[in-house]
Design a binder for this molecule. Sequence first.
Ligand SMILES: Nc1ncnc2c1ncn2[C@@H]1O[C@H](COP(=O)(O)OP(=O)(O)O)[C@@H](O)[C@H]1O
Ligand SMILES: [Mg+2]
Length: 340
Amino acid sequence: MRVPGGEWLGSDAVSRLQVVSGKGGTGKTTVAAALALALAREGKRTLLVEVEGRQGLAQLFGAEALPYEERKIAVAPGGGGEVFALAIDAERALLDYLQMFYKLGSAGRALKKLGAIDFATTIAPGLRDVLLTGKACEAVRRKDKAGRYVYDHVIMDAPPTGRITRFLNVNDEVAGLARFGPIHNQAQAVMKVLKSPETAVHLVTLLEEMPVQETADGIEELRQAGLPVGRVVVNMVRPHHLDEDTLRAAAGDHRTEVARALSRAGLGGARRGGLAERLVDPLLTQAAEHASRVELERAQRTVLTDLDLPTYELPLLGAGVDLAGLYELAKELRKQTVAE
Ligand SMILES: Nc1ncnc2c1ncn2[C@@H]1O[C@H](COP(=O)(O)OP(=O)(O)O)[C@@H](O)[C@H]1O
Ligand SMILES: [Mg+2]
């Protein structure tokens, strides 16, 4: 079976629209940017789109706030791939849209003055989502004069898991707004792209109970809505320092042994109030915490394995994510694709 989103690097048969969702704070913006860079390293021209108006992408790339216009924000060394970015704004998308379908150039601006645009984009959330996803899908389908796609891939830094299905399922949302006419047709065209194998929705998670549960629920919801689930990206994975025996030992009570060992290592006598005595508790607490974290992570890993989806793992970068960190994560993604 071909998995949507599978082989997304190094192959032409990959999803052209990759949507990155996940619980808030798990690294959606970071992973979306790393994916775009990884594809650029393959020589692809990618567009990163942001739909939540937070300017997270600009911040990440150390660029000025993104205007409503596609901007080149990174060039891949070698290969010739490029990353463009766009912060999609519902209001501007609506003006574009009115212009496209009704040739409402200046009339659109008049509507804006009257507050009608605000009304449409804030009061009718269904319409807002059609505009945002519509703009992303337009970029996916856009071709140049020679008939080639302008972007090989569009990567969307999408809303969180709790809202993603509703956000992408614009057809349902719009049914109550328009049963026919251009908005209806637009929603249909958007859904055609979103439900096709051209699209993959990836979910980012941490090895923690809440985000893993949200991932499992999110996958279920996406599937029920007929939306193509791509991969699970396990982010901020921490290394495990201890082997099995040591882990078991760390979970147990070995106060006296540790105090003696510290004492043997020259850290004072094991008697009350000595250095070894004062060190032993904090050390044991840390070891026990580490052991229980490793155990919790294992349990979450089992839940993820049972989802039976292709997975990527990205390490926790100690120094946080700057541009160099992004390149490191992109490299990791490419390595894991090749290893499959
Ligand atoms: N692999 C990682 N290693 C270290 N820090 C990370 C990693 N991924 C994300 N972060 C950091 O975690 C925070 C949340 O990431 P972000 O991509 O903004 O999440 P989201 O878009 O899901 O809210 C940011 O400060 C980001 O730099
Ligand atoms: Mg974000």
